[in-house]
Design a protein around this ligand. Structure first.
Ligand code: UD1
Ligand code: MG
Length: 409
C-alpha cells in the first residue's frame, strides 16, 4: 500500500476510534444498573461503603472495539474490493484472513472472559481459555508465514549461527505469549484503575512504537497493529475514567483478557513479540515475584490485594498465614530467599499455638507498600502507573539503543 493510502486509512481508523471514544463515554454509565440487576457486581474491598459496583464493564468497551473493527474491515481493502467486480484476482487473501483471524481471537477471548466473570472459573481454566482463543491466530500465522526462523542476537551467533529454526517451539512461544499477556494484566490488579491504567499505558506505548516504525521496512505490520491499537486506546480511555479512584465500575476479567489478547495479536502478527514483552516489564516483575504463590508452593489466598485500613484510609500489606513446617522444601527456600533480600515482611510465631508464620502476599503492589509504607489507594495506583510509563521509556531505550549492540541495523 502506498504511503498516501496508508495515511488515509489510518485517518479513517482514527476518526472511527474517536466515535468509539464518545460512544463508550456515554454508554458505560447507562449500563451500570443493568449489570447490577444481572448480578454482575463486586464490592470495593478498599472502601468503607460496601455498595455494589457493577463488574465486567470491559465487555461494553470490547463490544464497541469489535464493532469499530468490523465496520473498518473493507477500508484497507477498498481498492481490491472495487477491482473484484472487474474479475481481478490479486485480492490479498492472506492479509484479509490475518485480519479476520485476529478479530476472531479477540472476539473469542472477550466471550471467554465474560464467561469467567459470570461463572467465576477456576485457575486452570484461566490458562486454558487464552490458549484456545489464540489457536485461530496461530493457524493463520502458520499458513501465512510458514517461517519459524529467528535471527540470532550478535553475541550468540558464534554458538548458534545467524538464524535458527525454532519449529514447534516458535508456535509454543506464541501460544504462551497469549496466555502470559492475558493473565499478567489480570494478576496486577486490585486497586482502582490499575487493570485499565496499565493497559492504557501499554496501548499508547505500542501505538507510539507503531508510528515510529511507519517509516521503516516493516511498515505494513505496524499499520496493521495501529488499526487495532487506535480503537483499543480510544475505548479504554473512558473505561479508565470510570474505573479510576473511586471506581464507579469494575472492568472484570473480561477486560484483562480482551486487552491481553489484543496485545498478543498485534505482537504476533506484527512480528514484534520481543518489543511487546519490553512494554510488559512491570507485569513480568509481578509475575516472577508471584511465581511461588501462583504455583502454590506458598499458599495463595483468593484475593491478594492490599488490606484497607479504614481508620487511616490507607492501604497496608495483605498477608498470608501458614505453618512454615508444612511448606515443601521449595516453599521454605523461597521464603528464605525473599526474606534475606528483604522482598517480604515476615511475622513469626503467630496464632494461638505460635506455630504460624505470616508474610505479605507476593505482588508488586505489596512490594511497593513494603518499601514505601501504607499509601492512599489513589497514590498507590498513580505510583504504579508512573512506574509503567518509566518502564515504557526503558523499553524504547532498549529497543532503539541497545539492540544496536545485539543486532546489526
Ligand atoms: C486477581 C488476583 C487477586 C486480586 C484480584 C483483584 C492473583 C492470582 N489474583 O484475581 O489476588 O485480589 O485480581 O482484582 O493475583 N476489587 C477491588 N478493587 C479493585 C478491583 C477489584 O476491591 O480496584 C475486587 C472487587 O471485589 C472485585 C474483585 O476484586 O469484585 C474482582 O476480582 P477478580 O478480577 O475476579 O479476581 P481475579 O482476577 O481472579
Ligand atoms: Mg481479575
Amino acid at each position: 500500500m502506498e504511503l498516501g493510502e496508508t495515511k488515509t486509512t489510518l485517518l479513517i481508523n482514527a476518526a472511527m476510534s474517536a466515535v468509539g471514544f464518545v460512544v463508550c463515554m456515554s454508554i458505560i454509565p447507562k449500563f451500570k444498573d443493568m449489570f447490577i440487576k444481572a448480578n454482575l457486581f463486586g464490592v470495593d474491598m478498599s472502601k468503607t461503603t460496601k455498595k455494589k459496583v457493577p463488574e465486567a464493564l470491559g465487555v461494553v468497551c470490547g463490544a464497541v472495539f469489535l464493532m469499530i473493527l468490523f465496520l473498518f474491515i473493507p477500508i484497507p481493502f477498498y481498492k481490491h474490493l472495487a477491482e473484484i467486480s472487474e474479475n481481478n484476482n490479486d485480492f490479498p487473501h492472506d492479509k484479509y484472513v490475518e485480519y479476520l483471524a485476529a478479530l476472531l481471537s479477540i472476539c473469542c477471548m472477550l466471550f471467554l472472559g465474560f464467561a469467567d466473570d459470570v461463572l467465576d472459573l477456576r485457575w486452570r481454566h484461566k490458562l486454558l481459555l487464552p490458549t484456545m482463543a489464540s489457536l485461530p491466530l496461530l493457524m493463520v500465522y502458520f499458513v501465512n508465514f510458514n517461517s519459524t526462523t529467528i535471527i540470532v542476537p550478535q553475541p550468540l551467533r558464534f554458538l548458534l549461527g545467524f538464524d535458527l529454526n525454532l519449529g514447534i517451539l516458535y508456535s509454543l512461544f506464541m501460544g504462551v505469549m497469549a496466555v502470559f499477556c492475558t493473565n499478567a494484566i489480570n494478576i496486577l490488579a486490585g486497586v482502582n484503575g490499575l487493570e485499565v491504567g496499565q493497559s492504557w499505558v501499554i496501548g499508547i506505548s505500542v501505538l507510539i512504537f507503531n508510528f515510529i516504525e511507519l517509516s521503516g521496512e516493516q511498515r505494513a505490520a505496524h499499520v496493521f497493529s495501529s488499526y487495532f491499537m487506535m480503537p483499543f486506546v480510544s475505548v479504554t480511555t473512558p473505561l479508565l475514567y470510570y474505573n479510576w479512584y473511586p471506581s464507579q465500575v469494575f472492568v472484570g476479567d473480561t477486560f484483562c483478557y480482551f486487552a491481553g489478547m489484543t496485545f498478543a495479536v498485534v505482537a504476533i502478527l506484527g512480528h514484534f513479540s520481543k518489543t511487546m514483552l519490553l512494554f510488559f516489564i512491570p507485569q513480568i516483575l509481578n509475575f516472577i515475584y508471584s511465581v511461588p504463590q501462583l504455583l502454590r508452593v506458598v499458599p495463595c489466598p483468593r484475593h491478594r490485594l492490599p488490606k484497607f485500613n479504614s481508620s487511616t484510609d490507607k492501604l497496608e500489606l495483605s498477608v498470608v498465614k501458614f505453618k512454615y513446617q508444612e511448606l515443601s522444601i521449595l516453599g521454605k527456600l523461597y521464603i528464605t530467599i525473599y526474606k534475606t533480600f528483604g522482598f517480604i515482611k515476615v511475622w513469626e510465631k503467630k496464632g494461638k499455638d505460635k506455630q504460624y508464620m505470616e508474610c505479605n502476599n507476593f505482588t508488586l503492589i505489596n512490594l511497593i507498600i513494603r518499601f514505601l509504607g501504607p499509601l492512599h489507594e489513589r497514590t498507590l495506583v498513580s505510583i504504579i502507573i508512573v512506574f509503567q510509563i518509566f518502564c515504557s521509556m526503558v523499553a524504547f531505550t532498549i529497543q532503539y539503543q541497545l539492540t544496536l549492540l545485539f543486532y546489526d541495523k
